[in-house]
Design a protein around this ligand. Structure first.
Ligand code: SF4
Length: 739
């Protein structure tokens, strides 16, 4: 019996009126494209569970269906991540699917300045081919690029990266994970030999001392914070953050370091730990390299120097060093306050160094633990084929290219032997005219890119811009020549990998609107019309693609070849990597490095350190204050393309953007709370409501990142190792007048 609804049959009829091989393929394999299809993997009247598609916590939600459509959801009590809890975004996860801003049909803009018109998929796919191909022919493969995302399934992002690079011949493709996790990736690779967050969430409950750095867990990762609260060991909770955040207010200690003093501060703590002999010398000797040189390096970071730079008194520095050095189970956690900096990688490694020198790794309640942002940032890190070759391989290594080509059954020559440009260099390439064609998938850089005052003008430089998204109304989609309407989370099958390396499952529990297709199906269509569909014929559906990913991972630290497909992931509450063939252990919580062996050639971790970098834009006479940015509330997600579609989430979040200003600064400016004021940087100027609060330090202001105005101010500067944008700091002036 057909699984198609009436709408699906209409679409089928229309597809039959097309001609050509693409049409035949659509008609022959309708199920593989999912047009208007009733959910196939779930019974029509059922409750099924799947992981949330917002953040990297990876909570599981029970989805309740009636007549094959998701009607409601509850949090899953049996899942080892969230144990019956969900944050507001999770509870409202179905609402964004119903928005009338959904992209429902491909849209083509014939000329810039004209409104786009709806077209059928045949026209869309042929336009994609006929506009990209001449650019590549005339200007070479480096004249086109793609920007991927941490928001789609691993199978989709791997297919996307494979088609773009191996099929279309692109060299350059990066993802929006560059904006959040690139620093952790680079730091782990250099220190541990592979991008390997070592922890499991149980470590929140097993620690005696929890050190949170640049992480407002209460707001950004509320369910992880709930796990902290479930710790029965009465832990010391230390928050190191220039702002007195919601998390800092709940902590046992808040250490309000001055902005951008973090690297000096952590080198200073290392200095004190060495001075006080609070080291795990056996662990350092047996499992680490380069400690002596590191110890020499931190000799200069005397308590006087560190106190002066960080604003933390010497007695407090000593007390903190003793707490960390004498704690049996100390865990270090960091997120964007560290990652989004001009010296982010070395700061992350300064935290890793503290864990290594005190032996706090590989044991319950320990670890140097980066917390991920997007629901599938970890999937992107392993499988997006952007900066790593699929499965954590290396584009520049011939053996890796041969291995991947063999598994995919494609010619090795199709695999680029050079790394992609990082995100900011792609944008610079667009700006300079070197990159002329760009394909953006499930991300909204016209809102989120750093220092984006003239971003629309940058995109206008392109000869051809394709935006593939679930909404046609994002700031980026508004600039597109071609919009490809994509199914959302809940409208497709696949897997996501959370912060603790747990692979979780997502399922199709709702129909995508109109003619929207899953990202997987869109890529399949584009590959077929491009003429390289045969190379991807094994990528029949997401589960078949997952089997390919398993093969690609074999022999890598992230080996998942032993997982018994989607069935095991679904039945066992997710599966953490690694899970190589032959694995029989099925503990629900697994951490890395319990054997003291790292992923470097000699299996030892490395102490990595550097000189202190120069602040690219410190406050000055003209711009005397420092702007910090970050998450505003737990009901808002990034550029709010989804969360603003929920009436509940809109009510829970602030109605408009605001700037937090210290009472002393407000007093000297004569500004009252609620007053509209001007905040200006060298890039731009915005009018914004003042919110007077002592949670920010004197001389600093804080603006949430969720409104598009914020990034008119930020400074496009980047960590030299990870190329992650330095969102957290730039110089601004605040004026009472409205310009
Ligand atoms: Fe979803 Fe993250 Fe909220 Fe959990 S914490 S419900 S994964 S948004």
């Amino acid at each position: 019996m057909s699984t198609f609804t009436r709408a699906g049959k209409e679409i089928q009829k229309r597809i039959r009126s097309f001609s050509g091989p693409l049409t035949e393929s659509l008609v022959r394999e309708p199920g593989a494209y999912g047009l208007g299809q009733v959910p196939s993997s779930v019974a029509p009247e059922a409750t099924t569970s799947m992981v949330c598609g917002f953040c990297a916590t990876g909570c599981s939600l029970n989805i309740h269906l009636r007549s094959g459509e998701a009607t409601n959801l509850t949090a899953n009590f049996d899942y080892p991540v969230n144990r019956g809890m969900a944050c507001p975004k999770g509870w409202e996860a179905l609402a964004p699917l119903k928005s009338n801003e959904r992209a429902t049909t491909p849209m083509l803009r014939e000329k810039r300045g004209e409104a786009p018109r709806p077209v059928d998929w045949q026209t869309a796919a042929e336009t994609f081919r006929d506009r990209f191909n001449p650019i590549i022919d005339e200007h070479g493969p480096e004249s086109v690029a793609f920007l991927s995302t941490g928001q789609i399934c691993s199978e989709e992002m791997a297919f996307l990266g494979s088609f773009a690079k191996f099929g279309m011949g692109m060299i350059h493709g990066d993802g929006n994970t560059r904006q959040c996790m690139a620093t952790a990736v680079r730091a782990y690779k250099e220190s541990f030999g592979f991008d390997s967050p070592p922890y499991t969430y149980e470590d929140f409950e097993e620690s005696d001392v929890i050190v949170l750095v640049g992480s407002n867990l209460c707001i950004a990762h509320p369910i992880m914070w709930q796990r902290v609260l479930q710790n029965k060991r009465s832990p010391e909770i230390i928050v190191i953050d220039p702002r007195r955040t919601e998390t800092a207010m709940q902590a046992t200690q808040h250490v309000p370091i001055k902005p951008k003093s973090d690297l000096t501060f952590f080198y200073g703590l290392a200095h004190l730990l060495i001075d006080k002999g609070l080291l795990d010398n056996d662990f350092i000797r047996e499992h680490c390299d380069d400690f002596e040189a590191f110890a020499e390096h931190v000799k200069d970071f005397t308590p006087d120097r560190v106190a002066e730079k960080s604003g933390i008194a010497i007695e407090e520095l000593n007390a903190l060093a003793e707490l960390i050095g004498s704690g049996k189970r100390v865990s270090f956690w960091w997120t964007m306050g560290v990652n989004q900096s001009y010296e982010a990688t070395r700061t992350a490694q300064s935290i890793i160094n503290l864990a290594l020198m005190t032996g706090n790794i590989g044991k319950p309640g320990t670890g140097a633990n980066s917390i991920t942002g997007q629901c599938n940032a970890m999937g992107s890190r392993l499988f997006s084929n952007t900066t790593n070759l699929l499965g954590g391989h290396d584009f520049e290594k011939e053996a890796d290219r041969d291995k991947v080509a063999g598994i995919l059954e494609i010619p090795t020559e199709r695999i680029p032997d050079q790394n992609s440009l990082p995100y900011h260099a792609i944008i610079e390439g667009v700006n300079s005219g070197k990159i002329k064609g760009l394909w953006i998938i499930a991300t909204n850089p016209a809102h989120s890119w750093i220092g984006r005052e003239d971003f629309a003008a940058v995109l206008d430089n392109l000869d051809f811009l394709v935006v593939q998204d679930m909404y046609s109304t994002t700031e980026t989609a508004a600039c597109a020549d071609l919009i490809l309407p994509a199914a959302a989370w809940g409208e497709k099958d696949g897997t996501l990998i959370n912060s603790e390396r747990r692979i979780g499952i997502v399922k199709k529990v709702a129909k995508a609107p109109g003619e929207a297709l899953t990202d997987f199906s869109i890529i399949k269509l584009l590959a077929n019309v491009w003429g390289c569909g045969d190379w991807f014929k094994k990528w029949q559906n997401p589960e078949a693609a997952f089997e390919i990913l398993q093969k690609l991972s074999k022999g890598q630290p992230c080996d998942i070849s032993g997982i018994d497909g989607y069935r095991q992931i679904d039945e066992e509450g997710g599966v953490q990597w690694p899970y190589p063939a032959g694995t029989t252990k099925t503990e629900k919580q697994r951490r890395l490095f319990s054997d003291g062996e790292f992923f470097t050639a000699n299996k030892k971790a490395r102490f990595v350190y550097d000189t202190i970098g120069e602040d690219p834009e410190p406050p000055c006479n003209d711009y005397p204050m420092r702007l910090l940015t970050g998450r505003g509330s737990s009901s808002q997600w990034h550029t709010q393309t989804r969360t603003r579609q929920s009436a509940v989430l809109r009510k829970l979040g602030p109605k408009e953007n605001y700037v937090e200003l210290h009472p002393a600064d407000a007093g000297s400016l004569g500004v009252s709370s609620g007053e509209l004021i001007t905040v200006a940087s060298r890039r731009g100027s915005i009018q914004i409501k003042a919110f007077i609060t002592s949670t920010v330090q004197k001389g600093t202001v804080f603006i949430p990142m969720h409104e598009e105005t914020t990034n008119r101010l930020t400074l496009p500067s980047f960590d030299p190792h990870s190329h992650q944008p330095n969102y957290k700091s730039c110089a601004v002036k605040v004026e009472k007048r409205i310009s």
